[in-house]
Write a protein that binds this ligand. Structure first.
Ligand code: GLC
Length: 668
């Protein structure tokens, strides 16, 4: 039985054993006797084990423990223990500190820039209008009222086109007062209110800045004609040359917009006027004629890169540069976040006035009138003005520039001779893409060449899909591919710069009321908000007719629809927030004439694959073997995309079916 098992038990006296006793105890062999089982009970007798405890006593232990050797050992271990802890913590902190981090992107990098063509965005009958009525022209109050829409869209930077007083010979780019708001757009107070409210909702405003020219109606030009100082040399004047007794312009330089020659203007039945023939905006076809126009009063020619109603400012005159800086400060003081410099390559011409060379294609070379090095020096001064503001309040002011230049020159707009100039020299390559000439290979070559140019300086890329000078992207590439173009521009490294209406697939309007210089009205028609009268743009007849497709193509309808361009756009803004879209490397897993695809991948994060079929037949592509896993998950497809695969479902990367004119965004 268990109770018969007699085990020795240490008693209190045992504890008090002196050292000798304990030695005895330690030296004794315990004797164990077994008695054979009786009636199933085995007795075990451990002899002399009454003294029990066989370890060191407390005092003995303390004595040993206090020996210098043990004390030193203890301290050494104690210190080593804590040192290794501190070392580990310091190491962990060190790793965190030295690991390259993804610094948070400024908003102009993280979110799309949205270009508003002020005259066509939203008309209101705000009571400050001269007659308190809608005018058929978009205004600042209208833009203010649409801020919630922009917030919802997910854009954070509004690129605001011209809002200045203008005789409208170049739809507002002929400015007659740089420091005022045109009556039709509203008032300075309304401007302030719009900017303030935008700021409160997390949006900033980058304003158009036109230092190349003014309107002929500008006070400076009028005073310059009269040689009233200091305005005498505010513009570029020349006596011309005498050729066989005939006064002629000093050289063969040509302008870009033909004059509104009255003989070319016909009245239409409804009382509007129409210009029969115009030249294209960016080409010199020789139809514009001389860039020098004779002024009777001053008895001199003045120079104009664009229309004759737009005399070029003389930016070689330091007083004019000071004036333009003053203009910049005027608007910066009113809270704008940056400037978009228009027509930047046209700012300077050669002082020696050499003739341009006649090229075999009938055009002129533009060595003496286009993108001279002085352009960068001028822009640098404007950047310095912006930087002054940024350094005061820590809010970065942005310089954007507009110019159709080659990639080498575009890179110089970022940084020239070691000086930082623009944060966003607009990359206008995509504004020229059309369905007929777009191939996967061409897209990849253009994108790679551009990114490689910027890479050495780690400059921030941008992608402009459209603007007020170019046919709308949905018209150029077709409705389906317009979603794909948004996928591409949104998910490439850099900032997409969208033109109003691109988010709903707005197209060029064929029926515009009159023909503008360069025939650009078709892509400046009113924003299509709803299927109400005038697409919800205005209560009265708009300055340009609304595109006839507005009953179907409008914000309200696309908001309500289960799938729409608007929803694709909003989703893309969200996808852009993913680490791979913001910080990921780019690679091109499969590209040919019809297929364009790219991957964005930031290690440790879900990656993205954008795959577009530009061709007319379905394609089956094996994307595997490019660091892509076996399975891809569909995140987004274009409107009207194939019903065969739904968002959220998975496909094998070895065989992805991409129907004709379809685009997909996959994650993995
Ligand atoms: C800029 C504008 C364009 C204008 C031109 C001349 O390029 O974008 O619309 O016509 O300058 O003012």
């Amino acid at each position: 039985m268990l109770e018969d098992l007699k085990a020795p038990v240490a008693t209190a006296e045992d504890d008090s054993l002196d050292t000798d006793d304990s030695k005895q105890v330690l030296g004794r062999e315990p004797k164990v006797k077994y008695e054979p089982a009786k009636n199933g009970v085995t007795v075990v007798d451990i002899e002399n084990s009454g003294s029990g405890f066989a370890g060191l006593g407390k005092e003995e232990l303390m004595k040993i423990a206090n020996q210098p050797f043990w004390v030193r050992l203890r301290w050494t271990l104690f210190i080593l223990f804590w040192l290794s802890w501190i070392g580990m913590i310091a190491g962990a902190i060190g790793i965190i500190v030295i690991t390259p981090k993804c610094s948070p992107r400024p908003v102009w990098q993280k979110y799309p820039v949205y270009q508003v063509f002020s005259k066509s965005y939203q008309d209101t009958d705000f009571t400050s209008r001269p007659n308190g009525q809608s005018s058929g022209i978009g205004d600042l109050e209208g833009i203010r009222q649409r801020i919630p829409y922009l917030v919802d869209l997910g854009v954070k930077t509004i690129g605001l086109s011209v809002i200045f007083p203008s005789p409208m010979k170049d739809v507002g780019y002929d400015i007659s007062d740089f420091m005022q708001v045109g009556e039709e757009y509203g008032t300075l107070d309304e401007f302030d209110r719009m900017v303030k409210e935008a700021k409160e909702r997390g949006l900033s405003v980058v304003l158009d800045f036109v230092p190349n020219h003014s309107s002929e109606d500008h006070e400076w030009f009028q005073k310059s004609i009269n040689k009233t100082d200091p305005f005498t040399d505010y513009y570029i004047w020349n006596d011309g040359v005498d050729v066989d007794g005939q006064r002629t312009p000093p050289n063969n330089w040509e302008c870009r917009y033909s004059a509104h020659n009255p003989s070319q203007i016909k009245s239409t039945e409804n009382g509007d006027y129409e210009v029969e023939k115009e030249v294209d905006v960016a080409t010199k076809t020789g139809e514009c004629g001389s860039a020098w126009t004779w002024n009777e009063e001053r008895q001199q020619y003045y120079f104009h890169q664009f229309a004759q109603e737009e005399p070029d400012l003389n930016l070689r005159n330091p007083a004019v540069v000071e004036e333009m800086k003053k203009v910049a400060r005027f608007w910066l003081d009113r809270g704008i976040a940056g400037l978009r410099v228009n027509a930047a390559p046209f700012l300077f011409e050669s002082e020696a006035l050499e003739n341009e060379i006649d090229l075999p294609n009938g055009q002129l070379s533009n060595n003496h009138t286009f993108n001279l090095p002085e352009v960068y020096a001028f822009l640098l001064q404007i950047r310095e003005v912006l930087d002054d503001y940024s350094s005061k309040d820590g809010m970065e002011r942005i310089l954007m520039t507009e110019g159709y230049v080659d990639l080498d020159d575009l890179a110089k707009y970022y940084k020239n001779n070691g000086e930082m100039i623009a944060q966003m020299p607009m990359n206008l390559g995509f504004t020229e893409v059309t369905d007929s000439d777009m191939t996967g290979n061409k897209l990849q070559q253009f994108i790679s060449a551009y990114l490689e140019k910027l890479l050495p300086e780690s400059m921030w890329p941008n992608w402009v899909l459209g603007n007020h000078d170019r046919s709308r992207v949905a018209t150029r590439v077709g409705e389906n591919l317009s979603d794909s173009m948004n996928m591409i521009a949104m998910l490439l490294p850099g900032t997409p710069i969208n033109y109003y209406g691109e988010e709903i697939g707005m197209e060029d309007s064929p029926d515009s009321k009159f023909i503008d210089r360069g025939n650009r009205n078709g892509f400046r028609t009113p924003m299509q908000w709803s299927n109400e009268t005038n697409a919800g743009f205005s209560e009265v007849e708009p300055w340009l007719a609304v595109n006839g497709n507005y009953p179907n193509v409008n914000v309200a309808a696309q908001d309500a629809a289960s799938e729409s361009h608007l929803k694709v756009y909003r989703e893309l803004v969200k996808i852009r927030e993913m680490a791979s879209a913001q910080y990921g490397e780019i690679s091109f897993p499969y590209v040919d004439e019809e297929i364009f695809s790219f991957v964005r991948n930031k290690s440790g994060n879900p990656g993205l694959l954008v795959a577009v079929n530009l061709g007319d037949s379905n394609r089956f592509i094996n994307f595997s073997g490019n660091g892509l896993p076996e399975t891809l998950t569909l995140k987004l497809k274009n409107v009207g995309g194939t019903p065969d695969i739904s968002v959220g479902s998975t496909v094998s990367s070895t065989n992805v079916t991409i129907p004709a004119k379809n685009g997909f965004v996959f994650s993995y």
